[in-house]
Write a protein that binds this ligand. Structure first.
Ligand code: PGA
Ligand code: ZN
Length: 380
Protein backbone atom coordinates (compact mmCIF):
# COMPACT_ATOMS: atom_id res chain seq x y z
CA UNK A 1 0.00 0.00 0.00
CA UNK A 2 1.17 3.48 -0.76
CA UNK A 3 -0.07 6.41 1.26
CA UNK A 4 -1.04 9.49 -0.67
CA UNK A 5 -1.79 11.91 2.16
CA UNK A 6 -2.09 12.14 5.93
CA UNK A 7 -3.84 14.82 7.89
CA UNK A 8 -4.23 15.09 11.65
CA UNK A 9 -6.54 17.64 13.23
CA UNK A 10 -7.58 18.55 16.76
CA UNK A 11 -11.14 17.60 17.77
CA UNK A 12 -13.12 17.43 21.03
CA UNK A 13 -13.70 14.26 23.01
CA UNK A 14 -16.75 13.34 25.12
CA UNK A 15 -15.47 15.44 28.04
CA UNK A 16 -14.98 18.58 25.94
CA UNK A 17 -11.21 18.13 26.03
CA UNK A 18 -8.98 18.10 22.98
CA UNK A 19 -7.90 14.95 21.19
CA UNK A 20 -6.90 14.11 17.62
CA UNK A 21 -8.43 12.71 14.48
CA UNK A 22 -6.29 11.46 11.61
CA UNK A 23 -7.23 10.78 8.01
CA UNK A 24 -4.98 8.51 5.97
CA UNK A 25 -5.64 8.38 2.21
CA UNK A 26 -4.03 5.70 0.07
CA UNK A 27 -2.90 6.18 -3.52
CA UNK A 28 -6.04 4.40 -4.82
CA UNK A 29 -8.23 6.95 -3.00
CA UNK A 30 -9.28 4.62 -0.16
CA UNK A 31 -9.17 6.42 3.14
CA UNK A 32 -9.57 5.78 6.85
CA UNK A 33 -10.37 8.21 9.66
CA UNK A 34 -9.55 7.48 13.29
CA UNK A 35 -9.79 9.40 16.54
CA UNK A 36 -8.22 8.68 19.89
CA UNK A 37 -9.87 8.23 23.32
CA UNK A 38 -8.34 9.08 26.68
CA UNK A 39 -8.35 7.60 30.18
CA UNK A 40 -9.55 9.10 33.45
CA UNK A 41 -8.09 6.37 35.66
CA UNK A 42 -4.99 5.60 33.65
CA UNK A 43 -2.46 2.83 34.28
CA UNK A 44 1.09 3.97 34.97
CA UNK A 45 2.57 1.82 32.20
CA UNK A 46 0.41 3.21 29.42
CA UNK A 47 2.29 4.80 26.55
CA UNK A 48 2.68 8.57 26.67
CA UNK A 49 0.22 10.82 24.91
CA UNK A 50 1.40 14.22 23.71
CA UNK A 51 -0.63 17.41 23.39
CA UNK A 52 -3.06 17.21 20.46
CA UNK A 53 -1.61 20.29 18.81
CA UNK A 54 1.86 18.73 19.05
CA UNK A 55 0.48 15.51 17.51
CA UNK A 56 -0.76 17.41 14.50
CA UNK A 57 2.69 19.03 14.14
CA UNK A 58 4.50 15.70 14.46
CA UNK A 59 2.36 14.17 11.75
CA UNK A 60 3.22 17.12 9.50
CA UNK A 61 6.92 16.51 10.21
CA UNK A 62 6.86 12.76 9.41
CA UNK A 63 4.27 12.71 6.65
CA UNK A 64 6.85 12.75 3.87
CA UNK A 65 8.57 9.70 5.36
CA UNK A 66 5.23 7.91 5.40
CA UNK A 67 4.16 8.89 1.89
CA UNK A 68 7.45 8.17 0.18
CA UNK A 69 7.43 4.39 0.58
CA UNK A 70 5.26 1.28 0.30
CA UNK A 71 3.89 -0.62 3.28
CA UNK A 72 2.96 -4.21 2.59
CA UNK A 73 1.17 -4.87 5.83
CA UNK A 74 -0.20 -3.35 9.01
CA UNK A 75 2.78 -4.82 10.84
CA UNK A 76 5.20 -3.09 8.51
CA UNK A 77 3.45 0.24 8.93
CA UNK A 78 3.29 -0.03 12.73
CA UNK A 79 6.91 -1.18 12.98
CA UNK A 80 7.96 1.82 10.93
CA UNK A 81 6.08 4.14 13.32
CA UNK A 82 7.74 2.44 16.30
CA UNK A 83 11.14 2.89 14.66
CA UNK A 84 10.49 6.54 13.84
CA UNK A 85 9.40 7.16 17.42
CA UNK A 86 12.47 5.44 18.86
CA UNK A 87 11.38 5.51 22.53
CA UNK A 88 10.06 2.74 24.79
CA UNK A 89 7.02 4.76 25.92
CA UNK A 90 6.20 6.31 22.54
CA UNK A 91 6.78 9.77 23.97
CA UNK A 92 8.49 11.13 20.89
CA UNK A 93 5.68 10.81 18.36
CA UNK A 94 3.12 10.29 21.11
CA UNK A 95 1.15 7.07 21.64
CA UNK A 96 -2.01 8.98 20.70
CA UNK A 97 -0.45 10.18 17.42
CA UNK A 98 0.72 6.68 16.58
CA UNK A 99 -2.62 5.07 17.35
CA UNK A 100 -4.55 7.51 15.19
CA UNK A 101 -2.17 6.81 12.29
CA UNK A 102 -2.25 3.06 12.87
CA UNK A 103 -6.05 2.76 13.05
CA UNK A 104 -6.63 5.16 10.14
CA UNK A 105 -4.17 3.12 8.04
CA UNK A 106 -5.94 -0.10 9.05
CA UNK A 107 -9.35 1.26 8.02
CA UNK A 108 -7.95 2.61 4.73
CA UNK A 109 -6.32 -0.73 3.85
CA UNK A 110 -9.56 -2.58 4.60
CA UNK A 111 -11.37 -0.33 2.14
CA UNK A 112 -8.63 -0.75 -0.46
CA UNK A 113 -9.16 -4.52 -0.27
CA UNK A 114 -12.94 -4.14 -0.46
CA UNK A 115 -13.33 -5.46 3.09
CA UNK A 116 -15.05 -4.29 6.24
CA UNK A 117 -12.57 -3.33 8.96
CA UNK A 118 -13.46 -6.37 11.11
CA UNK A 119 -12.84 -8.68 8.14
CA UNK A 120 -9.47 -7.09 7.49
CA UNK A 121 -8.60 -7.51 11.18
CA UNK A 122 -9.62 -11.16 10.99
CA UNK A 123 -7.22 -11.65 8.09
CA UNK A 124 -4.34 -10.11 10.03
CA UNK A 125 -5.19 -11.92 13.25
CA UNK A 126 -6.03 -15.37 11.90
CA UNK A 127 -4.25 -15.61 8.54
CA UNK A 128 -4.58 -19.40 8.59
CA UNK A 129 -8.38 -19.19 8.59
CA UNK A 130 -10.06 -18.22 5.32
CA UNK A 131 -12.39 -15.26 5.64
CA UNK A 132 -15.14 -17.24 3.90
CA UNK A 133 -14.92 -19.87 6.64
CA UNK A 134 -14.66 -17.47 9.56
CA UNK A 135 -17.51 -17.41 12.06
CA UNK A 136 -18.05 -14.02 13.63
CA UNK A 137 -20.02 -13.76 16.83
CA UNK A 138 -21.48 -11.13 19.13
CA UNK A 139 -19.25 -10.71 22.18
CA UNK A 140 -20.92 -10.79 25.57
CA UNK A 141 -21.32 -7.23 26.76
CA UNK A 142 -20.27 -5.90 30.14
CA UNK A 143 -22.84 -3.14 30.05
CA UNK A 144 -22.32 -0.31 32.46
CA UNK A 145 -25.37 0.56 34.58
CA UNK A 146 -23.96 2.48 37.56
CA UNK A 147 -20.64 4.20 38.07
CA UNK A 148 -18.62 5.50 40.98
CA UNK A 149 -14.99 6.17 41.87
CA UNK A 150 -13.27 8.74 39.69
CA UNK A 151 -15.96 8.30 37.01
CA UNK A 152 -18.95 9.05 39.23
CA UNK A 153 -20.22 11.81 41.47
CA UNK A 154 -22.08 9.84 44.18
CA UNK A 155 -20.70 7.97 47.21
CA UNK A 156 -19.58 4.68 45.67
CA UNK A 157 -15.85 4.01 45.37
CA UNK A 158 -16.05 1.10 42.91
CA UNK A 159 -15.66 2.60 39.45
CA UNK A 160 -17.95 0.40 37.34
CA UNK A 161 -21.00 -1.72 38.09
CA UNK A 162 -21.88 -3.68 34.96
CA UNK A 163 -24.45 -6.29 33.94
CA UNK A 164 -23.13 -9.02 31.67
CA UNK A 165 -25.68 -9.33 28.87
CA UNK A 166 -25.99 -11.31 25.65
CA UNK A 167 -28.12 -8.69 23.88
CA UNK A 168 -28.13 -4.92 23.79
CA UNK A 169 -31.91 -4.93 24.36
CA UNK A 170 -31.52 -6.73 27.66
CA UNK A 171 -28.85 -4.26 28.77
CA UNK A 172 -31.12 -1.36 27.86
CA UNK A 173 -33.96 -2.94 29.88
CA UNK A 174 -31.82 -3.18 33.00
CA UNK A 175 -30.51 0.35 32.46
CA UNK A 176 -34.06 1.75 32.13
CA UNK A 177 -35.37 -0.17 35.15
CA UNK A 178 -32.59 1.22 37.33
CA UNK A 179 -33.29 4.69 35.95
CA UNK A 180 -37.02 4.42 36.80
CA UNK A 181 -36.22 3.19 40.29
CA UNK A 182 -33.83 6.08 40.93
CA UNK A 183 -36.39 8.52 39.59
CA UNK A 184 -39.04 7.11 41.96
CA UNK A 185 -36.61 7.49 44.84
CA UNK A 186 -36.16 11.15 43.97
CA UNK A 187 -32.55 10.53 42.95
CA UNK A 188 -30.82 12.31 40.10
CA UNK A 189 -30.63 10.28 36.90
CA UNK A 190 -27.87 12.44 35.49
CA UNK A 191 -25.11 10.27 34.11
CA UNK A 192 -21.38 9.97 34.74
CA UNK A 193 -18.40 9.93 32.37
CA UNK A 194 -19.42 6.68 30.66
CA UNK A 195 -23.18 7.24 30.60
CA UNK A 196 -24.21 5.40 33.78
CA UNK A 197 -26.03 6.55 36.92
CA UNK A 198 -24.18 7.74 39.95
CA UNK A 199 -26.73 8.20 42.75
CA UNK A 200 -25.83 10.47 45.62
CA UNK A 201 -25.12 8.96 49.02
CA UNK A 202 -25.17 5.34 47.79
CA UNK A 203 -22.28 3.20 48.91
CA UNK A 204 -20.94 0.21 46.97
CA UNK A 205 -23.23 -2.33 48.59
CA UNK A 206 -26.35 -0.22 48.13
CA UNK A 207 -25.54 0.12 44.45
CA UNK A 208 -24.90 -3.60 44.15
CA UNK A 209 -28.23 -4.49 45.70
CA UNK A 210 -30.04 -1.94 43.51
CA UNK A 211 -28.50 -3.47 40.38
CA UNK A 212 -29.00 -7.03 41.57
CA UNK A 213 -32.71 -6.37 42.01
CA UNK A 214 -33.15 -5.93 38.25
CA UNK A 215 -31.13 -8.89 37.00
CA UNK A 216 -32.91 -11.92 35.58
CA UNK A 217 -30.12 -14.42 36.02
CA UNK A 218 -27.50 -12.14 34.47
CA UNK A 219 -24.21 -11.82 36.28
CA UNK A 220 -22.38 -8.72 37.46
CA UNK A 221 -18.98 -7.43 36.30
CA UNK A 222 -17.13 -4.95 38.49
CA UNK A 223 -14.20 -2.70 37.71
CA UNK A 224 -12.77 -1.70 41.07
CA UNK A 225 -10.02 0.49 39.50
CA UNK A 226 -8.11 0.00 42.76
CA UNK A 227 -5.09 1.97 41.56
CA UNK A 228 -7.07 5.17 42.08
CA UNK A 229 -8.00 4.28 45.67
CA UNK A 230 -4.82 5.18 47.53
CA UNK A 231 -4.58 8.64 45.98
CA UNK A 232 -8.25 9.28 46.77
CA UNK A 233 -7.76 8.00 50.33
CA UNK A 234 -10.35 5.20 50.00
CA UNK A 235 -10.19 1.72 51.52
CA UNK A 236 -10.49 -1.29 49.25
CA UNK A 237 -13.87 -3.01 49.46
CA UNK A 238 -14.24 -6.32 51.32
CA UNK A 239 -14.19 -8.73 48.39
CA UNK A 240 -15.36 -11.74 50.39
CA UNK A 241 -18.52 -9.86 51.35
CA UNK A 242 -19.14 -8.69 47.78
CA UNK A 243 -18.44 -12.05 46.14
CA UNK A 244 -20.41 -13.84 48.85
CA UNK A 245 -23.53 -11.69 48.53
CA UNK A 246 -23.84 -10.83 44.84
CA UNK A 247 -23.64 -12.79 41.57
CA UNK A 248 -20.28 -11.41 40.45
CA UNK A 249 -18.80 -13.22 37.44
CA UNK A 250 -15.99 -10.80 36.73
CA UNK A 251 -13.80 -8.50 38.80
CA UNK A 252 -11.26 -6.08 37.30
CA UNK A 253 -8.29 -4.30 38.89
CA UNK A 254 -9.21 -5.38 42.41
CA UNK A 255 -5.71 -4.43 43.59
CA UNK A 256 -3.40 -1.61 42.65
CA UNK A 257 -1.07 -1.94 39.70
CA UNK A 258 2.02 -2.28 41.94
CA UNK A 259 0.44 -4.83 44.24
CA UNK A 260 1.46 -8.03 42.38
CA UNK A 261 1.67 -10.02 45.61
CA UNK A 262 -1.99 -9.44 46.45
CA UNK A 263 -3.01 -10.18 42.87
CA UNK A 264 -1.24 -13.52 43.12
CA UNK A 265 -2.80 -14.40 46.46
CA UNK A 266 -6.29 -13.43 45.30
CA UNK A 267 -6.04 -15.42 42.07
CA UNK A 268 -4.58 -18.45 43.83
CA UNK A 269 -7.45 -18.47 46.27
CA UNK A 270 -10.28 -17.74 43.84
CA UNK A 271 -9.11 -19.88 40.95
CA UNK A 272 -8.01 -22.95 42.88
CA UNK A 273 -11.60 -24.09 43.10
CA UNK A 274 -12.46 -25.22 39.55
CA UNK A 275 -16.15 -24.67 40.22
CA UNK A 276 -15.45 -21.03 40.82
CA UNK A 277 -15.83 -19.35 37.46
CA UNK A 278 -14.72 -15.92 38.61
CA UNK A 279 -13.02 -13.87 35.91
CA UNK A 280 -10.10 -11.90 37.30
CA UNK A 281 -9.42 -9.13 34.84
CA UNK A 282 -6.25 -7.06 34.52
CA UNK A 283 -6.45 -3.51 33.12
CA UNK A 284 -4.20 -0.94 34.81
CA UNK A 285 -2.01 -3.89 35.79
CA UNK A 286 -1.24 -4.92 32.19
CA UNK A 287 -2.05 -1.78 30.11
CA UNK A 288 -2.33 -3.79 26.85
CA UNK A 289 1.43 -4.30 27.01
CA UNK A 290 2.78 -7.63 25.67
CA UNK A 291 5.73 -7.75 28.09
CA UNK A 292 3.55 -7.09 31.12
CA UNK A 293 0.91 -9.56 29.96
CA UNK A 294 3.64 -12.19 29.65
CA UNK A 295 4.58 -11.58 33.28
CA UNK A 296 0.91 -11.62 34.36
CA UNK A 297 0.32 -14.95 32.64
CA UNK A 298 3.49 -16.44 34.12
CA UNK A 299 2.57 -15.31 37.63
CA UNK A 300 -1.04 -16.46 37.16
CA UNK A 301 -2.49 -13.27 38.59
CA UNK A 302 -5.70 -13.45 36.57
CA UNK A 303 -7.47 -15.10 33.66
CA UNK A 304 -8.68 -12.17 31.54
CA UNK A 305 -7.30 -8.91 30.17
CA UNK A 306 -8.85 -5.59 29.24
CA UNK A 307 -7.55 -4.44 25.87
CA UNK A 308 -7.47 -0.71 25.12
CA UNK A 309 -5.56 0.14 21.93
CA UNK A 310 -4.55 3.57 23.19
CA UNK A 311 -2.74 2.05 26.16
CA UNK A 312 -0.14 0.63 23.75
CA UNK A 313 -0.40 2.79 20.62
CA UNK A 314 -0.57 0.53 17.54
CA UNK A 315 -3.01 -1.96 16.03
CA UNK A 316 -0.28 -4.61 15.62
CA UNK A 317 0.77 -4.54 19.27
CA UNK A 318 -2.88 -4.59 20.32
CA UNK A 319 -3.43 -7.72 18.22
CA UNK A 320 -0.25 -9.24 19.61
CA UNK A 321 -1.65 -8.86 23.13
CA UNK A 322 -4.99 -10.36 22.09
CA UNK A 323 -3.22 -13.32 20.50
CA UNK A 324 -1.05 -13.90 23.56
CA UNK A 325 -4.13 -13.90 25.76
CA UNK A 326 -6.01 -16.25 23.45
CA UNK A 327 -3.07 -18.64 23.27
CA UNK A 328 -3.02 -18.78 27.07
CA UNK A 329 -6.80 -19.18 27.36
CA UNK A 330 -7.10 -15.80 29.00
CA UNK A 331 -10.37 -14.11 28.08
CA UNK A 332 -10.21 -10.83 26.15
CA UNK A 333 -12.32 -7.77 27.02
CA UNK A 334 -12.10 -5.03 24.39
CA UNK A 335 -12.71 -1.70 26.07
CA UNK A 336 -13.52 1.95 25.46
CA UNK A 337 -12.06 4.74 27.65
CA UNK A 338 -13.41 7.24 30.15
CA UNK A 339 -13.18 10.07 27.63
CA UNK A 340 -13.97 8.74 24.21
CA UNK A 341 -14.99 9.78 20.71
CA UNK A 342 -17.51 8.52 18.17
CA UNK A 343 -14.90 6.27 16.58
CA UNK A 344 -16.33 2.73 16.51
CA UNK A 345 -13.10 0.90 15.58
CA UNK A 346 -13.06 -1.15 18.79
CA UNK A 347 -16.32 -2.88 17.78
CA UNK A 348 -14.57 -4.10 14.62
CA UNK A 349 -11.52 -5.02 16.67
CA UNK A 350 -13.62 -7.12 19.05
CA UNK A 351 -15.49 -9.01 16.34
CA UNK A 352 -12.53 -9.36 13.99
CA UNK A 353 -10.25 -10.77 16.69
CA UNK A 354 -12.91 -13.02 18.24
CA UNK A 355 -12.86 -11.37 21.67
CA UNK A 356 -15.34 -12.92 24.11
CA UNK A 357 -16.27 -9.66 25.85
CA UNK A 358 -16.66 -5.97 25.21
CA UNK A 359 -16.93 -3.12 27.65
CA UNK A 360 -18.34 -0.06 25.91
CA UNK A 361 -20.05 1.79 28.78
CA UNK A 362 -23.75 2.49 29.27
CA UNK A 363 -26.26 2.31 26.42
CA UNK A 364 -26.37 6.11 26.50
CA UNK A 365 -24.13 8.98 25.35
CA UNK A 366 -23.31 9.09 21.66
CA UNK A 367 -19.69 7.98 21.97
CA UNK A 368 -20.75 4.75 23.78
CA UNK A 369 -23.79 4.04 21.64
CA UNK A 370 -21.70 4.40 18.45
CA UNK A 371 -19.80 1.24 19.40
CA UNK A 372 -22.91 -0.78 20.30
CA UNK A 373 -24.52 0.28 17.05
CA UNK A 374 -21.49 -0.87 15.11
CA UNK A 375 -21.69 -4.30 16.77
CA UNK A 376 -25.28 -4.69 15.58
CA UNK A 377 -24.40 -3.35 12.14
CA UNK A 378 -21.88 -6.19 11.81
CA UNK A 379 -23.66 -9.03 13.57
CA UNK A 380 -27.30 -7.89 13.35
P1 PGA B 1 -10.45 4.95 32.00
O1 PGA B 1 -11.23 3.83 32.80
O2 PGA B 1 -10.67 4.78 30.57
O3 PGA B 1 -11.03 6.23 32.55
O4 PGA B 1 -9.00 4.83 32.38
C1 PGA B 1 -11.84 2.73 32.24
C2 PGA B 1 -11.40 1.48 32.96
O5 PGA B 1 -10.70 1.58 33.96
O6 PGA B 1 -11.70 0.39 32.50
ZN1 ZN C 1 -10.49 -0.69 34.27
Amino acid sequence: MKINSIKTRVILNSAGAKTIETKVTLSDGSFGVASVPGGISKGKSEVTSIEPIESAKRVGEISEKLTSREFDSQKEFDSFLIELDGTSDKSNLGGNTMLSLSVAFCKACAKAEGLETYQYIHNIHNPEKLLSEAKFFMPRMMMLILEGGLHGSGGATIQEFMAIVETIDRGVEIYKSVKNELHKLGQSTNVGAEGAFSPDGYDNEQILSLLNGYLHGEKIALDIAASSFSEAGWELPDYDVILGNYPVESIEDQYGEDDWANWELFAREKLSNMKNKLMIVTDDLTTTNPAILEKAIAREVGNAIVVKPNQIGTVSETLQVIKMAQNSTWKVVISHRGTDTNDDFIADLAIGSGAEFVKFGAPARGERVAKYNRLTEIIG
